[in-house]
Design a protein around this ligand. Sequence first.
Ligand code: 7RM
Length: 643
Amino acid sequence: MADSNVYPPGPDFVRGAHVKGMEGYRELYRRAAENPEEFWGALAEQELFWFKKWHHVFEWNPPDVKWFAGGQTNVCYNCVDRHLDTARKNKVAILWEGEPGDQRQISYQELHRLVSRFANVLKGRGLKTGDRAVIYMGMVPELPVALLACARLGIIHSVVFGGFSAEALKARIQDLEAQVVITCDGAWRRGKEVPLKSAVDEALIECPAVRDVIVLRRTGGAVEMREGRDHWWHELDEGASENCPAEPLDSEQPLYVLYTSGTTGKPKGIVHTTAGYLLQCVMTMKWVFDLREEDTYWCTADIGWVTGHSYIVYGPLAAGATAVMYEGAPDFPQPDRFWRLIEKYRVSIFYTSPTAIRSFIRQGDQWPNGHDMSSLRLLGSVGEPINPAAWEWYYKTIGKERCPIVDTWWQTETGAILIAPMPGAVPLKPGSASLPLPGILPEVVDLSGKTRETGQEGYLVIRRPWPSMARTLWRDPERYRSQYWERIHGSYMTGDAARMDQDGYFWILGRVDDVMNVSGHRLSTMEVESALVRHPAVAEAAVVGKPHEITGQAVACFVTLKKGSWDRPKLAEELRKWVAHEIGGFAKPEQIRFADALPKTRSGKIMRRLLREIVTANTVTGDVTTLEDLSVVTQLSSQADED
Ligand code: 7RM
């Protein structure tokens, strides 16, 4: 990762940009650092609608923080209602295309009607502020409608990505004690139906708190509807009134819980609240995406991940954008579906992941080259480090060397982008997320919390609270404190390694904990290990991330078996399917290796470093003096890859 090429912003881009030139960036950054209360207070007043003004900008008693305490607002009101007495009322909010090619254009006014009606449906089921809804749907317009309807009433929503299995869904419904599940009959993916409702049925066998299931008809596939519990969305919606005022809610009212992988087998329920979260989503739409009234903006993430929450739903809508939303796979019916959509809708801002970019590179330049993408003016990347080669390809082949690329570093926990270039101000260096946004104080430190020297690797921490940070973990404030705030006292521990160069640019190097990143999706090694040992044949399992050309990392598993005679190749295939069943298709291991024992220290700890070396280089070079049984390593490395 040499800091070879530097790309300063082009004069045309700078002219129209929200923040112009390095002086513009430095001035904002300085103001936020010197007086955060004044800085964020002024933005909150200017950018959000309030039912009642706050009395304090923030109150910080580590690790507890309150932003805009005493204030009352409503996220849905800010995303929808307040646009209705402006020229945006008939502007398209959501420009949707289904995988089969069906289309919908929903204006802010129409969105208001849809959301109000569905909020009344939820009210009609007896749901109120503080109740919980689990949402398990495909990428259809009713998904943002469901989120916004919950936000309108203060019902805490938790979206479970449609790629998660019934098992994973069940665990989330139970942890949250949700009263309602909102789902679809199915979703379209590569021309096939992903059955969602049947997964809900399977999950609900052990979820007594769920009173109602609301089912949107999307694919028309056959579903079972249980009398008294299951209701069709369209039937409930038919009689619902379009008058449903947004509830004035406390600034710190929980907005949603999003489960993400941590270092244990149990996913963490990240809790985001109302005012601070929304403010930082809106600000980053301007600072990072440089959003203008006339833009057509497209973030290709799934709403099941945090990127979809902040940058398909809440950020763009609060900023009054026209956002493209696409239901299906990028390569359906052909590898040029994304480029076709950019050409068709004249997309100007395009935000995707390095994994997607690398797979486009592999498919060949003829696919993008066959389309007129001259509408593009800004490109974005998120989810994992982007390697300079992929960056250069994105810049040249997609952006035609006209469009800045914003490499955005953030996490489910941070709520919004924290480190990224302001495109009209900050020169780009391929592979670096560049400089922190205003109000963000990142540092690279050693384990004692001491700042590392320029150019040295260390742990990435954030020194001061910011408005969109996670407030706690659902029903586990202790884990929140110890995981994030205790390791380096008083600082937020990101779990990423990084280094800062002589220009103050941050280079993110990846996770330092047992979290893998597969196609930009977070997955814990322990989660996969726990899934494996639930299989009757498995005695012990150890899982590591293996470098992968396209997906960044792939899941590699080391397994020891219980006594018995096993058909190993057959069992390996069965275990791969088993993990997909227990967690979801995206977690399917690439590789299963069998061993008589796993490499352990004398105290019994699995030596993951060795396993990582084995899957990367197929040999072990480092220190093995703490290893109990050296023959294990020989056995593991001599095994040919299963794939
Ligand atoms: C938004 C999101 C978070 C983890 C994070 C990093 C990695 C994300 C970048 C990145 C390098 C980036 N949330 N990560 N963005 N690494 N450069 N621009 O992805 O909670 O699912 O994952 O993803 O390791 O800690 S997430």
